[in-house]
Design a protein around this ligand. Structure first.
Ligand code: FMN
Ligand code: EPS
Length: 358
């Protein structure tokens, strides 16, 4: 329970932040898909720790090995096993809180639930686990390219510093040009400065990752519980430190009247299109062929380098302060994670919907 995701294109991840390593088993990937290992590597480089001054300084190359399910560069239809070894754990940074709970991390809840916890680097609760998701998401993206579907995320807000432009007004190709992954160079500079200041203040800050999916056919998503946006929401809310998900007009939509919000239909050649897209490309839980777009809110993460009130496993009052290498803001590294989870949802729904119509 809890370590697997998806129905047909299905992943199970394993491993802890300071154990020997981590990995993923992918089941249901159709046979014959060319598995481009360089592409998987590039995606993992976008997520890896230690990539810039505004991320955790833990140095992991996130080299991976494919153990099974691929022959002569193509998927064979059998489970794909992929492992990533940990190389830079520094578990001593956690000795002082081995029996203490960091406020707002998962230390308390894991300990209460299981009666035992791997305190080193947060163990299984660490976002290091998302390395395995990004590897699997890269394979899902390779599958999506066969359908002409692209998934692109970018940072649209850090703290209260907002990009303030819609994705249509941006050149998303510029997202990877800077270390914060914001496609607007001036806003990117200000975001980098803000995160750097927060880091110097020994604090953390939250932000928003926005994502756009283009090229989705009409018809992905299942009535009634497995609506496409419900599965997308679950995927995003399963990412560490996520506090919110909204798609289409989202929370802003409540301020509109139906007469403003409705997306009028028109015929374009052999396609039914909509004039506006407040629906976010999904109606009744089913994709309508327009762009799917959504926002994911990340909290300022828990481990701060400041004294904080807490309790120990035995219930004593204690003061804890973070040590070691931590992200002052996770959104730059969350961009490829959001894309990976979105790609996994879409790959799964493409396979599910193959059985819908004769
Ligand atoms: C890319 C990424 C990096 C993260 N890095 C850290 C970190 O360095 N320190 C930390 O305390 N939390 C970090 N987190 C968040 C924790 O993993 C998360 O807050 C923790 O598992 C508790 O879960 P919750 O916040 O979802 O309740 C990171 C999250 C992501 C997505
Ligand atoms: C190692 C990664 O990020 C880690 C995510 C994380 C957390 O609590 O989520 C805490 C830190 O790890 P450590 O246990 O070494 O202090 C981050 O460095 C990674 O993303 O690969």
């Amino acid at each position: 329970m809890g370590n697997s995701f998806g129905r047909i294109f299905r992943i199970s991840t394993f491993g802890e932040s300071h154990g020997l390593g981590l990995g993923v088993i992918i089941e249901g990937c159709p046979a014959g898909l060319p598995i481009d290992e360089d592409f998987i590597r590039e995606e993992m480089q976008r997520r890896k720790p230690g990539q810039s001054k505004i991320t955790t300084q833990r140095k992991e190359e996130d080299e991976f090995q494919i153990l099974s399910g691929v022959f002569e560069g193509k998927s064979t239809g059998t489970p794909i096993g992929l492992v990533i070894m940990n190389t830079d754990q520094k578990s001593k940074d956690y000795s002082h809180i081995a029996d203490k709970f960091r406020p707002s991390h998962a230390d308390f809840t894991y300990f209460e639930k299981y009666g035992i916890r791997d305190y080193r680097g947060g163990g299984r609760s660490s976002a290091r686990e998302t390395a395995a998701r990004v590897a699997a998401g890269a394979i899902a993206k390779l599958f999506l390219t066969h359908y002409g579907i692209t998934v692109q995320a970018f940072v649209s807000q850090v703290g209260d510093l907002k990009l303030g432009k819609s994705y249509q007004e941006l050149d998303l190709a510029k997202t990877e040009d800077n270390i914060v992954r914001c496609p607007d160079p001036e806003t990117a500079d200000r975001m980098i400065e803000l995160i750097d200041q927060v880091r110097k203040d020994r604090d953390t800050i939250g932000g928003i990752v926005s994502c756009v999916v283009k090229g989705t056919p009409v018809g992905l998503g299942e009535p009634v519980f497995d609506r496409l946006h419900a599965d997308m929401g679950k995927a995003m809310l399963s990412i560490n430190a996520v506090k919110g998900f909204e798609y289409g007009s989202g929370f802003e939509g409540v301020k509109m009247r139906g007469s403003q919000h409705n997306d009028a239909f028109y015929q374009e050649g052999n396609r039914v299109r909509t004039r506006t897209n407040h629906s976010g490309g999904i109606q009744g839980g089913i994709s309508n062929g327009e762009d799917i777009y959504f926002n994911v809110a990340f909290k300022p993460v828990a481990t701060i380098m400041q004294d904080q009130e807490s309790v120990s496993e035995s219930g004593e009052s204690v003061v804890v302060s973070g040590k070691g290498r931590h992200d002052p803001c996770v959104v730059p590294r969350a961009v490829p994670i959001v894309e990976a989870m979105a790609a996994l949802v879409l790959a799964d729904h493409l396979l599910i919907s193959r059985t819908n119509k004769l």
